[in-house]
Design a protein around this ligand. Structure first.
Ligand code: AHR
Length: 707
């Protein structure tokens, strides 16, 4: 029997079960029976949105500073702390004597009001006095690698240098430090001037426990600002991105990048929002800002243009989030009308910066900033999680004002709303789902099967199964894969999706939000099992969703946690006509996350039966290749009988891509980065009627060539 996976519901069962289970098998654990699936390969249930798999990013967990953005110097313009030059230390070698301090009497420019003053009182022979930066958990050095160092300096009368710029071993001031790379600036002047040198490490062993030092061997005073050090970057951009992390992203083949947040877009106040105009231009002109939503300083080196170039480098479409006149917890909230207008104007100018040609004011500014060609832009999102505002309904009027202005100037742009709106027809609704367990995510995996198709398309702009610290483990990946099966199968409705958060610096103090897709430290990076699950889904799929039916799916009882934040099953009723109404209250996110669905009322949680297996099938309309995704959450191998109709034959040889673990708690880490990865194998014995056993705790894609 084939069921229409979108509409067939059995009224007394939770939606997730109704869709995939035949009535006779529902609620019965059948781990020893063969599961049956039937694929109708000549039918098209819907299409896979070409934008389905993308990325969401913001400055959280040291995503850019200390993460993707290549800058190695921390607190490069001394703004992290108004009193102390944090992350900078005085260096006094071999009896050299001096002092260093922040000096507001030597402003660098309007954006950077204080400089680092170095006074050398005693230095001769091999004595040296300088300042050292300890980077973001150290300065990484690799053998035979060149680093671009630059800084601005201004000397007191009588001091001309020379200055030595070096990367030295050790993260504290020590006389025995080894110089790993060094260069000289022969002469400095009494006016602010930029100095650039290349530091090349020779045979040095790879290490992170290093500092960058600028030092003098003669007495005098010199001020520094905007001290910078970049390793080789992706695409050789002078102030570009870390190569290893970009490679991980490139391998996912993401279709879009949603930026700049997230809470980071909103900030806790107007002054601490992502103020895009302060993030463009030369890095010496960017003041940076306190990222108070995630409680650390942002250099804004990753500014608007860098986000766009990141998109360009990985061929992703930008999904531009614009500040919507609201900061977190009502830290700023501008009433529709004249009060809100400056922020609407700001958003229109931002769009012009992205898309305008050089004849427009902001297009010309982008050209001046180094990118004459406009960027493609199809989607603009107004705000972030605006349902979280305690002043219920405040978004309605704000959204309307942004929507009208954007549509008037840019009629082709699609405008995304961050929660349901009624007075304007938003082109897309952004929904966020953070689940606290694999079971909770699996329970919801089929939610979209029963969503009405009469409303707006959905962008699942943030979602994750939050199991694993700092990065998700296999249990989380299984929940994620179940959820992705549901989104892919319903991709006529869910047109875009992005996991969040994307990054975490796993060094102590680097994480503000537990369970993040990609982890890294100063030297290396790794993908979590959830990363690899994403990659499998993003890389292996066709463009048509073909009908698939299943019988005999084993289930497992799950007791949702009771109490505050406890899970409450969604009601069975489909959404309001004409809207993309979420099916019901969703659990609040763990660890400070809001999610953009309201938490439900207190109510005792009932035990639920949750499927242990999930399936979907897609077909490439050009090549005929069929991709069958199978998620087996069970602790035992599962034999699945697969019947394919509507094609003359399936070639016996194909490919199986499988990721499995011996325990759901298994995971990858910075020290064991590839414990769980997908394995690609050629397989035999495929046909229109065959059986295959799927390992315990596994996510698989079967790639079958149909004729
Ligand atoms: O992804 C972490 C946070 O969760 C985002 O900043 C916010 O949009 C959500 O609440």
């Amino acid at each position: 029997m084939f069921m229409n996976l979108k509409t067939n519901t059995l009224p007394l069962l939770p939606a997730a079960l109704c869709v995939l289970l035949g009535a006779s098998t529902a609620l019965r654990a059948q781990s020893t029976n063969t599961v049956e699936i039937q694929i109708k390969a000549d039918q098209v249930a819907s299409h896979v949105s070409p934008m389905l798999y993308g990325l969401m990013t913001e400055e959280i967990n040291y995503s850019y500073d200390g993460g993707l953005y290549g800058e190695l110097v921390r607190n490069r313009n001394f703004k992290e702390d108004a009193k102390d030059p944090v992350h900078w230390q005085l260096v006094q070698e071999h009896g050299g004597v001096g002092s260093s301090s922040l000096d507001a009497s030597q402003p660098f420019n309007d954006a950077i009001p204080a400089s680092l003053k170095l006074s050398v009182t005693q230095a001769s022979g091999n004595q040296r006095v300088g300042v050292a930066n300890d980077g973001f958990w150290g300065i990484p050095v690799r053998p035979n690698t060149s680093y671009r160092a630059s800084f601005y300096a201004k000397a007191s009368p009588g001091f001309t240098g020379p200055l030595t710029v070096a990367i030295v071993s050790g993260i504290v001031n020590n006389d025995g430090a080894t110089v790993l790379a060094s260069a000289q600036v022969p002469r400095v002047t009494q006016d602010w001037k930029k100095y650039e040198v290349t530091l090349t490490a020779g045979k040095a062993a790879p290490s992170a426990e290093n500092r960058m030092v600028i030092s003098a061997g003669t007495p005098g005073t010199v001020w520094f600002n905007l001290v910078s050090l970049f390793p080789p970057t992706w695409g050789d951009r002078p102030t570009g991105n870390r190569k290893d992390i970009m490679q991980l992203l490139a391998d996912m083949k993401p279709a879009f990048l949603r930026f700049p947040g997230g809470n980071y877009l909103e900030g806790n106040t107007l002054a601490t929002r992502f103020d895009w105009k302060k993030t463009i231009g030369d890095i010496s002109e960017r003041p940076g800002h306190m990222n108070d939503s995630w409680r650390y300083w942002s250099s804004d080196g990753m500014g608007l243009l860098e986000f766009l170039e990141w998109c360009e480098d990985l061929r992703m479409q930008p999904v531009l989030g614009v500040y919507a006149g609201y900061s977190l917890r009502g830290g700023a909230r501008f009433a529709p009308g004249a009060e809100l207008e400056p922020y609407v104007k700001e958003a229109l100018e931002e769009i012009e910066y992205v898309t305008g040609d050089a004849g427009t004011t902001w297009g010309a500014r982008r050209a001046k900033d180094g990118h004459p060609a406009p960027f493609p832009l199809e989607y603009v999102e107004v705000g972030n999680e605006d349902n979280a505002d305690r002043q219920v309904g405040s978004y309605e009027g704000r959204f309307a004002q942004f929507f009208d202005a954007i549509k008037a100037k840019y009629p082709k742009l699609k405008v995304i709303a961050t929660t349901l709106v009624t007075t304007r027809a938003a082109d897309v609704i952004d929904e966020h789902y953070y689940r606290r367990s694999e079971e909770e995510m699996a329970f919801h995996a089929n939610d979209y099967d029963t969503r009405r198709r009469t409303g707006q398309p959905v962008f699942v702009g943030e979602w994750a199964t939050r199991v694993g610290d700092p990065t998700p483990n296999m249990s989380a990946a299984l929940g994620d894969a179940a959820w992705m099966v549901g989104m892919e199968r319903n991709s006529d409705l869910v047109i875009m999706a992005s996991y969040a958060p994307l990054f975490v610096n796993v060094n102590k103090g680097g994480m503000q939000w537990v369970t993040d897709m990609i982890g890294y430290d100063t030297m290396s990076s790794y993908g979590s099992p959830s990363y690899y699950a994403q990659k499998m889904f993003s890389v292996y799929h066709g463009d048509d969703v073909v009908p698939i039916a299943a019988q005999g799916i084993p289930t497992k009882e799950w007791q949702p946690p009771a109490g505050r934040g406890g899970f409450i099953p969604p009601p069975q009723t489909p959404g309001r006509a004409g809207t993309a109404q979420p099916p019901g209250p969703q659990g609040a996110a763990r660890g400070g996350g809001r999610g953009n669905q309201p938490a439900g009322p207190q109510q005792p949680a009932m035990p639920l039966q949750v499927p242990l297996m999930f399936f979907d099938a897609t077909r490439d309309s050009k090549t005929g290749t069929i991709y069958v995704k199978v998620v087996n959450r069970a602790a035992t191998p599962q034999s699945v009988h697969i019947a394919v109709s509507g094609v003359a034959a399936v070639e016996p040889g194909g490919q199986a891509i499988t990721m499995s673990a011996s325990s759901p708690a298994d995971t990858n880490s910075i020290t064991e980065p590839a414990k769980i990865v997908p394995i690609v194998r050629t397989v035999d014995g495929l046909s229109t009627n065959f059986s295959r056993t799927f390992p315990p705790y596994s996510i698989s894609v079967l790639e079958m060539r149909a004729k």
